[in-house]
Design a protein around this ligand. Structure first.
Ligand SMILES: Nc1nc2c(c(=O)[nH]1)N[C@H]1C(S)=C(S)[C@@H](COP(=O)(O)O)O[C@H]1N2
Ligand SMILES: [Mo]
Length: 418
């Protein structure tokens, strides 16, 4: 146990971490000075930009029957999960890129770890390094986990609630579940010499610096508390049994189970490990709740995702009259999904859907089905509402926040019966 006479809150405790992050903006700016956006010299490796012709900077094909594209991002169409098992195949896994997918050569790539939270405080210029082969030689671990964008469902703030929010107008396809194989981040942090004083890490991607409305915010990076980093985070080099594809972070990405997608930094280049709290625009100006009811500097940084559900149907769907078995999935950053209810009459009556999987993975999703014989041709709205192991459920409306994060309300799926 750490000695109890520190004046600062113990930031290795998740709750204390969240409270401490609700600092004044001035406090954050002061603390973030020096944790700058410089390049990781010594980390990195050969790096070339994806060809400009590649659709929206994404390397893999984006057939319109599998994806809806939004600028540099592509969301999965939910009918693409019809007939699939528990995993989302890589060819239809959503892509959320701040810029273009970089093409990185695993043979010259190095992961660099540095900072005041490591023994000897190695500098950014001479970090503790791991090659791809170094990581392959360490004990491998496999986890099945979803990655979900914090903005998944954002478009429903507008279409269902009439609210204006900024950001990519995702429907519910900004989520996927994969089998990730790699090395535990805790193993690498221990090998690099993490100290008992370390409170935060700052993983940083090798994609291009992110320019937001003319302002260069540096490379994509988001602080992660040591408490989470040491718990269940993976340095992943495989996705669904194959080397990580370029768009999903080749050669190595973080997989931070149950937390908002931004935590799972792709194309990982270096990790700062610090004995003091770290800040970046990705935990100060983005990925917090802003708006009425929130402090000016926003809520604490968002961590776990909320409970959601989706039907494996096109948006919008057209079905012939007769009997159907509707299928869908539910998932939650809080843990296991207990059950899902479906309404075919706009939310007046609800009945439990039948679960398809006996064992539920707290970091994955559950599949369910629901028989439905519509009485007449016409327009319907199908609703699905899941409840997770903490008792959290999906309300009729989601509390507003200006950036449209964590839309957790019931989605009204339009279906026409012909
Ligand atoms: N380096 C880097 N890492 C990143 C991002 C990025 O743009 N650059 N996007 C983040 C966001 S917002 C999400 S939701 C997930 C998406 O992962 P995927 O593209 O593999 O689905 O990656 C995260 N990691
Ligand atoms: Mo995201």
């Amino acid at each position: 146990m750490r000695s109890g006479n520190r004046k600062d809150p113990d930031l290795t405790d998740e709750a204390a971490y969240e409270r401490a992050r609700s600092l004044s903006r001035r406090g954050m700016l002061r603390l973030s000075a020096g944790a700058g956006a410089g390049l990781a010299a010594g980390a990195g490796g050969a790096l070339t930009a994806a060809p400009a012709e590649a659709a929206a900077g994404i390397v893999k094909p984006l057939p319109p029957e599998l994806f809806i594209t939004h600028g540099t991002n592509a969301e999965m169409r939910w009918e693409a999960m019809q007939g699939q098992g528990l995993l989302t195949p890589a060819d239809r896994f959503f892509v959320r890129n701040h810029g273009s997918t970089p093409l990185i050569d695993a043979r010259t790539w190095r992961l660099g770890l540095w900072g005041s939270g490591l023994h000897g405080s190695p500098s950014e210029q001479s970090p503790v390094e791991f090659s791809y082969d170094d990581l392959l030689r360490l004990r491998a671990e496999t986890i099945t986990a979803f990655i979900e964008c914090t903005g998944n469902g954002r478009s429903f703030y507008t279409s269902q609630q009439g609210q204006t929010v900024s950001g990519t107008p995702w429907k519910t396809g900004g989520v996927g579940v994969a089998r990730w194989r790699g090395v535990r981040l805790s193993t690498v942090l221990r090998l690099a010499g993490i100290t008992r004083e370390a409170v935060d890490i700052l993983p940083r991607g090798l994609d291009a610096e992110y320019v937001d409305k003319g302002e260069n915010l540096g490379r994509v990076r988001r602080p992660l508390p040591v408490s989470k980093a040491m718990k269940d985070v993976l340095l992943a080099y495989e996705m669904n049994g194959a080397p990580l594809p370029p768009d999903h972070g080749h050669p190595v990405r973080l997989v931070v189970p149950s937390w908002t997608g931004i935590a799972s930094i792709k194309w990982l280049g270096d990790i700062q490990v610090a004995a003091e709290p770290l800040y970046s625009p990705w935990n100060t100006r983005f990925y917090r709740f802003f708006g009425p009811g929130y402090p000016e500097e926003g809520s604490a940084p968002l961590t776990r995702t909320n409970v959601k559900s989706a039907f494996e149907l096109p948006w919008e769907a057209t079905l012939p009259a007769g009997s159907h078995v509707l299928r869908g999935r539910s998932w939650s950053g809080n843990g296991r999904v207990r059950h899902t209810e479906v309404s075919v009459d706009g939310g007046t009556t609800w009945r439990r859907a039948r679960p398809l999987d006996r064992h539920t993975n707290p970091r994955g999703w559950v599949r369910w089905e629901f028989p439905w014989t519509p009485r007449a041709a016409g327009q319907y709205e199908l609703l699905a509402r899941a409840t997770d192991e903490t008792g959290a459920s999906q309300p009729a409306t989601a509390p507003y926040n200006t950036l449209g994060y964590l839309f957790g309300a019931v989605v009204r799926h339009p279906v026409t019966i012909t």
